[in-house]
Ligand binder design. Structure first.
Ligand SMILES: Cc1cc2nc3c(=O)[nH]c(=O)nc-3n(C[C@H](O)[C@H](O)[C@H](O)COP(=O)(O)O)c2cc1C
Length: 384
């Protein structure tokens, strides 16, 4: 038989994420007892069975077993790490300071648990140094609307949709920075009755990481999670305040699609945007088409070849960052950079137009408000 080193076993199996439950019951004196468990699983629908795997040497499991057949599974919420830790400790008054109520079967239900499941022990099977406890479900319900607490690689966390997470630790840092700007984004969106979004540059992609205000302006159901390649005309704020290499990368990425004259115009865009302090896009049709194509490609639509993304970008190019000041135009979007503590662009804020024509005075009003919001967001990161 192969010897598997226990540390290696634990480390490798730790790559598998689990939820966290607290198994509760009452002892003979009517006091709550419990155990923190990651090995909870559903087993069967008909009959309704669930299971968890306590260590044979666990004193908490012994106490639960001695208390009788009845127990309750409490699926912990993302904010209940303290409860998880308290119940996992070897002590008697594990529940001191935590609010609980009684389940229909008389078991403790923890306030803040996402789900509770009343069970009666059906079978206890041996499983090496653990037992496999199968419980028949007597009753169950949702509790708190929170996200569940997750346990992974020895740490705690909560769920993020794949389009935003996908292993981007870079993006997670940006999300924390963007979160600081939420109230400012909401206020700006309210003021102009529109949508304000935060877009981060993660590796070679622009990721729409947060949205505030009206979301019915977008062509796609929601723009959050949308990924677009970092190529002109999108993302000019990153090129404008980026280093020479980033600028060159952005400009030259479309060199195969443009003639020399067009490239000369494009090469001036980063300086133009930087001098103005903001980026501007006009014309709804081409912009909306770009958004639609990107949404369908991101969704894996087989009828939209990825080459159509570059075509859509190419068609939208003229509407972005024109030399003349915008006046009486279909304002599609205005964007301004938010800086991190080291002075690099953390993300850009974009305020969307509402499919109407606007005068240069209106454009200026919006630019002023957007730049003030971006400055407040920069300050929020600095104050952190
Ligand atoms: C997130 C998490 C998950 C756990 N999952 C299990 C488990 O599935 N089975 C188990 O026996 N112990 C598990 N434990 C350990 C027990 O909660 C507890 O710490 C241990 O049983 C303490 O020993 P005692 O029961 O003798 O007090 C887990 C602990 C934590 C923090």
């Amino acid at each position: 038989m192969n010897h598997i080193d226990p540390t290696r076993f634990r480390e490798v199996l730790g790559q598998y994420p689990t939820g966290v439950v607290v198994v509760t019951a009452n002892d003979a004196a009517g006091e709550p007892i419990g155990m923190t468990v990651g090995s909870f699983t559903s087993v069967s629908m008909d009959p309704p069975l669930v299971a968890f795997l306590p260590s044979k040497t666990s004193s908490s499991w012994r106490a639960l077993r001695e208390s009788g057949d009845s127990f309750c599974i409490n699926v912990l919420g993302a904010g209940q790490e303290d409860l998880c830790r308290a119940v996992a400790m070897r002590k008697t008054d594990k529940f001191a300071g935590f609010a609980l109520r009684e389940s229909p079967a008389g078991n403790p239900v923890m306030d803040g648990a996402v789900v509770w499941i009343d069970c009666v022990t059906e079978q206890v099977h041996p499983g090496g140094d653990h037992d496999i406890v199968v419980g028949r479900v007597l009753g169950l319900d949702h509790g708190s609307p929170d996200q569940p607490l997750l346990f992974f690689r020895g740490g705690y966390g909560s769920f993020t949709p794949l389009s935003l997470a996908s292993g981007d630790t870079d993006l997670l840092g940006h999300l924390a920075e963007i979160d600081l700007a939420r109230p400012h984004m909401e206020a700006l969106a309210d003021k102009f009755d529109t949508e304000v979004t935060a877009i981060a540059l993660v590796k070679d992609e622009l990721v729409l990481a947060a949205a505030a205000g009206r979301t019915d302006i977008a062509v796609a159901p929601t723009r959050v999670g949308q990924r677009l390649p970092f190529i002109p005309p999108i993302g000019s704020c990153f090129a404008a305040w980026g280093d020479i290499a980033l600028r060159a990368k952005w400009v030259e990425s479309v060199a195969d699609m443009l003639n020399d004259e067009q490239m000369d115009v494009l090469r001036q865009v980063p300086d133009l945007v930087r001098d103005r302090g903001y980026a501007v896009a006009i014309g709804h049709q081409a912009g909306a088409q770009l958004e639609l194509v990107a949404t369908r490609i991101n969704a894996g639509d087989p009828e939209v070849p990825s080459s159509s993304m570059r075509e859509a970008f190419f068609k939208a190019l003229d509407g972005y960052n024109q030399l003349e000041e915008p006046d009486d135009v279909e304002l599609r979007s205005l964007s301004a950079p938010v800086f991190d503590a080291s002075g690099r662009v953390a993300y850009m804020l974009t305020m969307w137009g509402r499919w109407e024509r606007v005068t240069s005075t209106e454009v200026h009003d919006r630019v002023d408000a957007l730049c003030a919001t971006a400055a407040a967001a920069t300050q929020a990161i600095a104050n952190r």
